[in-house]
Design a protein around this ligand. Structure first.
Ligand SMILES: Nc1ncnc2c1ncn2[C@@H]1O[C@H](COP(=O)(O)OP(=O)(O)OP(=O)(O)O)[C@@H](O)[C@H]1O
Length: 393
């Protein structure tokens, strides 16, 4: 996967004379200590983060943790005191910290678009004029602008509204126009600074869905600042948690939920429902860790009700439940096959844990076998595996 943005040892200090503050950063001083001794504000320190093309990378943390500071370094709205911020520009990476003014201008026009809170539509402009605003400012010729705007409006099903004035639209629709405008710039990298934070929860959820939908076809690289973990878990392919200007953890949503790096992250996830992020893969016991039942057989569960004989290619050659041959039932079909003690329940690793749990519930806690796309047996889930994941212990 190609890298779109790469932060390398990025320190940002706000203030006239940063040398003393940077020396304190090197000694691991806190933001409060740096402020007290030097009068400078530490924006962020030692930030290392690699963002791949097509990812939605969410920067998360409490107010003042440095999320926006880091985001704004990508298009040099913030001056980096030390380190590099590499941004993909065609086939090469450009260090925005040190590039010349012409290169920076080009990057801002063609590569990196910034979306601020609430999008701010201009009420006296029509929908199409609003969507085309960024292109107009960038000096894109009329005909090309019209074609690009039409395309984006169709994408979000707003083309029938093109000639309406922004003030004639409902709040939610205005936000969709705003989102279309953000995607209309065609810049491959989008910086989004809490775009949905001021919206009521219903509209917010809808726009998150819309963003994910647009992303499916457009596959932009999105860096998204949020202080809402539910939002981060929903839209982020990766989440980076910041505290006091420093990155404390980066990982996939399930990494954050299953393996919080410290108490700060633990506090964040305390009220998160793990079922919203976990898949079968996250809780299964790997096939190699299951107990042998002798002569090539493997027990799926600790209670030793179900066992498989797996051939050298990883395919199941024989399966027994309580010593009898079995009927295979997918976790999604449990309702149609009432439990009678002869079934083996199966799923793919990407199946939501919730689906697996429903199957377990209906089947009176039978184990679930997981198979990959080539029908190879990869692991099993028992009730205890589910409980430890949900209870995080
Ligand atoms: N231009 C600036 N000049 C001076 N200090 C700044 C500037 N921008 C940010 N800071 C300081 O840097 C620190 C990090 O701010 P930042 O805005 O990145 O936090 P944040 O995590 O995005 O918070 P929020 O969610 O409140 O926006 C804060 O202490 C802030 O006061």
């Amino acid at each position: 996967m190609n890298v779109a943005v790469d932060f390398k040892n990025v320190d940002i200090v706000f203030g006239p004379d940063t040398a003393d503050a940077l020396a304190m950063v090197d000694r691991g001083a806190t933001r409060a200590e740096i402020l007290e001794q030097t009068g400078n504000v530490l924006g962020c320190a030692g930030a290392n983060l690699t963002i791949h093309e097509g990812e939605i990378s969410v920067l998360m943390g409490l107010s003042g943790s440095g999320k926006s500071t880091l985001l704004r370094a990508v298009n040099r709205l913030n001056i980096v005191s030390r380190g590099q911020v590499l941004v993909k520009d065609g086939e090469k990476m450009v260090n925005v910290v040190s590039c010349d003014a012409a290169t920076l201008r080009r990057l801002r026009q063609n590569q990196v678009a910034m979306v601020f809170q609430q999008f701010g539509l201009l009420p006296w402009r029509t929908v199409e004029e609003n969507v085309g605003l960024g292109l107009e400012l960038a000096g894109v010729p009329d005909a090309e602008r019209k074609a690009r705007v039409d395309k984006q409006l169709k994408l979000v099903n707003l083309d029938p509204w093109a000639k309406k004035y922004a003030h004639e639209l409902s709040g939610g629709m205005q936000q969709r126009v705003g989102l279309a405008r953000a995607f209309a710039t065609e810049a491959p990298i989008l910086l989004m600074d809490e775009p949905f934070s001021a919206l009521d929860p219903l509209i917010r959820t809808k726009l998150q869905d819309e963003l994910l939908q647009l992303q499916k076809t457009l596959k932009k690289t999105i860096i998204f600042v949020s202080h809402d973990l539910e939002e981060a878990l929903k839209i982020g392919s990766h989440i980076t948690i910041m505290e006091g200007g420093r990155i404390v953890q980066t990982g996939a949503p399930e990494d954050i939920v299953l393996r919080p790096a410290n108490d700060y992250v633990r506090d964040f996830i305390a009220n998160v429902n793990p079922l919203s992020v976990l898949t079968a893969w996250n809780v299964m016991r790997d096939r190699r860790d299951l107990e042998s039942a002798g002569r090539g057989w493997t027990w799926l569960d600790r209670r030793k009700t179900t066992r498989f004989k797996v051939d050298k290619d990883g395919l199941v050659a024989a399966a027994e439940r309580d010593g009898k041959p079995v009927e295979w039932v997918s976790c999604t079909d449990v309702e149609q096959h009432p439990e009678d003690g002869t079934q083996v329940y199966w799923a793919n690793p990407g199946t939501p844990l919730k689906t697996v749990m429903l199957a377990m519930h209906r089947s009176q806690t039978a184990p679930v076998a997981l198979f990959d796309e080539q029908s190879r047996f990869v692991g099993a889930i028992g009730v205890r595996d589910v409980l430890s994941a949900v209870l995080r212990r």
